[in-house]
Design a protein around this ligand. Sequence first.
Ligand SMILES: *Cc1c(COP(=O)(O)O)cnc(C)c1O
Length: 236
Amino acid sequence: MSVEALTALISDNLAAVRSRMERAATEAHRDPASIRLIAVSKTFDADHVRAAARAGQVDFGENKVQEGLDKIGATPDLPLRWHLIGHLQSNKVRKSVGPFSAIHSLDSLDLLRRLDVVATELRRPATLLVQVDLAGEATKFGLDPALIPALLDEARRCRTARIVGLMALPPFFDDPEQARPYFRRLRELRDQLLESGTPPEQLAELSMGMSHDFDVAIQEGATMVRVGTAIFGRRT
Ligand SMILES: *Cc1c(COP(=O)(O)O)cnc(C)c1O
């Protein structure tokens, strides 16, 4: 595909996604500007990122550290923000702090401590969201909700690392309505934590919703949606 054709396609897709976001926000009596679109570029090359950037997209998500770093390295001229949305192994923390402006996959105390040590050493911020395991699925990453208060507590003692919200990746359903209870559970968890005295700055963000269900996630309170297929097309 030519650069022009790719740019036109991605630009159209982005416009459609943004209008779905606006519709969902309006239905929920929310300000569309309070919801950030993260374009998930995993498996797509830097040309796709450039095409989306030309259409005004700033936030990009990657689920693998090295693939993300490669694309960050290939787009030094663009003022983009990169989000790590996949599992982070502790041996990749040093590479990730700095290049990624947010890490959505914090899921253990050990990882938090490691991130704080490295961010402090490198004098770079570490902005984190806690990935919550809402389904109790042993196959997925994410922290048991019961363990979140201790993690938030530890983060308040960190020198550099900051937790700014919660992230969820519900099981896949063909019918997005079936994901609604999971999104709602994440919001209710956030509300309970606020009620029990967690500082609101640790719970500002709810990262939830993907291509086929972000409308529902927005209705349930998402502040960040992570959208790949609806912008870049099907992954092969
Ligand atoms: C791939 C991925 C997405 C985007 O999925 P789409 O269905 O392509 O929109 C969102 N979040 C995470 C964590 C992902 O790995």
